[in-house]
Ligand binder design. Structure first.
Ligand code: FAD
Length: 656
């Protein structure tokens, strides 16, 4: 708070907080959100947008929107989540555009469906944006405090084991605060312990106390929830001036940065003012230091599972001995004099951390500003949740973010927006809403969590989404903003109107392209530089011609300006749509077909374990155990994806 007092928006924020703090003991809220991290901020804002009187309680107001680890947002799979949260009117996309200082699209060599928009962020700007957004959200009150306990009713005798949440108790012993629903988003704080070298201490993140043990106890003992333990870690922060940048490879940002938000046409930072990143590599000396210090490093010795796809340097060198590993030096902000060394998360004692980084030539004289450390924390096994992210055995209790076993800001934000919207709907007696795997990455994320659970920190990848050619970053607004307004209530009428305008314009443009018909011969004459192999007499539509790699919408618009030039602002979207349309149409037909074939009987002697079709080991085991009698029964099985249903359907259909 001290640090933030000089910022005018935060000052008025604090005024509002103190104004509300005196009332909270008397007030009944619709929704209480516990935790102001990435899940909690999205949950609180979404609940308020749906129309619920919402209270956000978090340990420290000035850490609302803090980036606990890496100063970046998005990436492959994760960028898709940010676009979807934005399409649901969430905060992180706009915050990323405001705070981004280095934008790039990853995976560009592949098709645009799997491009991953990513940005380095200025930590302070990101926090400020999120905090000022929350301040101006109607129906949302923010208060600083630590939630000591969750208030729940005794189990309902008619539904043994079923509780109902009634509110929370703060640690300062004040009156209970009641609410119809509570969203817990305690991140890495639930029974959190911090590790560095051989010492450990209670904590959720450096400088922050863990969540009270009362909360863990209520979840475990009173509600009988299964709780697991996971771990993660963060690298030391390096003093920028102490790095020899001449021994690194410069990684410039994109010269034309692409914003995350559908509401933005440009980012806040001028393209030419973006900051570069730098790439360097580990050496055999790094591996030696890791090996020689293992006995001093209790975090790495423990069996608790860490993030497989964002591993510590210790895990990397032990798993892949003799390899050279990438280290990205990323700026922490415009005025920050620190680098975040992505890839060097470590938990050995601080003096050995210094020894290790100095084994890297670019850092042979580097100074550490803050050492790296690890954190271990409790998570709630997410198979105990419904697709609305509500705890199945406790009415009105919702969970989102790292508490559900995920890792990453984007995964947390995605769950937050959905849990917050559903918590508000529950409180306002509206039915729960869900998202399917066929309509969004958020649907994939939630389905994976609630039907399969996690054994290690879960992060999103494009490969997890079977329908990724339809779930593209470019069309998240059409997939979710319309539904978000019409069915969920979490999208503003302004954003809805924008999405409707886009939908209508795209439909008109696609119809215009479809109406442009000519023989391949004539198209070839008009586009002499494009290689078209079709027979002379074949008639092609403008849409089909746009599918050719070398044809751009701009080329067609210059040939048919009267018909197409008014759609120029959508040129990239139209090109992407044309390229993917045939495949998506086919996929849609397949889904519709299996829905019609719900009653198709399945042979009872199928050997699912060795069936020659593309099914995961997990899907095979479920099918083998349950032996469903119809295709419809397969569709309703938890842990079976729509893609698995399609593969099974095709197999049974073709083998009679
Ligand atoms: P958080 O962002 O952690 O927010 C939790 C919030 O809840 C905090 O504001 C906290 O103050 C508040 N809170 C907790 N308990 C209470 C209570 N009882 N009462 C009131 N408020 C409470 N992610 C990666 O993707 N890769 C990584 O390598 C990685 N490394 C990490 C390393 C460390 C050391 C830490 C701490 C986190 C790391 N993360 C990493 C995780 C990343 O920070 C989280 O994925 C993300 O922040 C999760 O968001 P969240 O909203 O679930 O929780």
């Amino acid at each position: 708070i001290e640090a933030s007092r000089n910022t005018p928006s935060l000052r008025s924020f604090l005024v509002q907080v103190s104004r509300h703090a005196s009332h909270i003991a008397q007030q009944q809220y619709d929704v209480i959100v516990v935790g102001g991290g990435h899940a909690g901020t999205e949950a609180a804002a979404a609940a308020a947008r749906v129309g619920a009187e919402t209270l956000l309680v978090t340990q420290k107001i000035h850490t609302i929107g803090a980036l606990s680890c890496n100063p970046s947002l998005g990436g492959v799979g994760k960028g898709q989540l940010v676009k979807e949260v934005d399409a649901l009117d969430g905060l992180c996309g706009r915050a990323g555009d405001w705070a981004g200082i280095h934008f790039s699209i990853l995976n560009r060599k592949k098709g645009p469906a799997v491009w991953g928009l990513r940005a380095q962020l200025d930590r302070q700007r990101y926090r400020e944006f999120i905090q000022s957004e929350l301040l101006s959200t109607p129906r949302l009150t923010v208060v600083e405090g630590s939630v000591e306990e969750l208030l729940v009713t005794e189990p309902n005798p008619e539904q043994p084991g079923h509780h109902r949440v009634t509110g929370i108790h703060l640690a300062n012993g004040s009156h209970p605060i009641s609410a119809s629903s509570v969203v817990l988003t305690t991140g890495t704080f639930l029974s959190g312990s911090l590790f560095m070298g051989q010492s450990s201490s209670p904590g959720g993140r450096i400088g922050d106390a863990p969540s009270s043990s009362g909360l863990s106890q209520t979840l475990r003992e009173r509600l009988g929830l299964r709780i697991g333990r996971l771990k993660t870690g963060t690298p030391p922060r390096i003093v920028k001036d102490s790095v020899d940048l001449s021994q690194t490879e410069l990684q410039p940002p994109d010269s034309h940065p692409t914003p995350f938000s559908f509401l933005n046409t440009r980012i806040r930072c001028k393209p030419e003012e973006q900051l570069p990143c730098y790439l360097t590599y580990t050496t055999p000396g790094v591996e030696r230091v890791v090996r020689e210090s293992l006995h001093l490093n209790c975090h790495i010795q423990q069996d608790t599972k860490g993030p497989r796809y964002c591993p510590s340097i210790e895990s990397r060198v032990l798993r892949f001995p003799g390899r050279k590993h990438q280290v990205w030096l990323e700026p922490e902000g415009v005025t920050s004099d620190l680098f975040y060394p992505q890839g060097l998360s470590m938990t050995m004692p601080p003096d050995i951390q210094l020894q290790l980084i100095r084994e890297i030539p670019a850092m042979h004289r580097a100074e550490i500003h803050t050492p790296g450390y690890g954190v271990q924390y409790d998570f709630v096994c997410p198979t105990q949740l419904s697709p609305a992210l509500q705890v199945k055995s406790t009415q009105g209790l919702f969970l989102a973010g790292q508490i559900n076993g995920t890792t990453g800001y984007e995964e947390a934000a995605a769950q937050g927006v959905w849990a917050g919207a559903n918590a508000a709907r529950w409180a306002l007696s509206m039915p729960a809403v869900s998202l399917s795997r066929t309509e969004s990455y958020i649907g994939v994320l939630i389905d994976d969590l609630v039907s399969r659970g996690v054994t290690e920190p879960y992060r999103m990848f494009t490969s997890r989404a079977e329908f990724r050619t339809s779930l593209r970053p470019d069309n998240a607004d059409l997939r979710l903003s319309l539904k978000g307004f019409e069915e969920v209530g979490c999208v503003s009428s302004f954003r809805y109107r924008e999405a409707v305008k886009v939908r209508d314009s795209l439909q008109d443009a696609l119809a215009a392209l479809q109406s442009l018909t000519m023989s391949a011969h004539n198209w070839r004459k008009m586009l002499p530089d494009v290689h078209m192999s079709e027979a002379k007499s074949i008639v092609l539509t403008g849409m089909e011609v746009l599918q050719y790699k070398d044809v751009s919408f701009e080329m067609l618009a210059s040939l048919f300006p009267e018909l197409l030039s008014s759609y120029m602002e959508f040129s990239q979207r139209l090109k992407i749509e044309a390229v993917y349309r045939p495949h998506c149409d086919l996929q849609k037909k397949e889904i519709e077909r299996i829905q019609r074939e719900e009653n198709m009987a399945l042979p009872q002697d199928i050997d699912y374990l060795s069936l020659p079709v593309s099914l995961s080991k997990e899907a095979r085991e479920i099918l083998d155990r349950v032996r469903p009698s119809t295709l419809g029964a397969v569709m309703r099985l938890q842990g079976i994806t729509p893609a698995a249903v399609i593969h099974l359907f095709n197999y049974v259909y073709h083998t009679g």
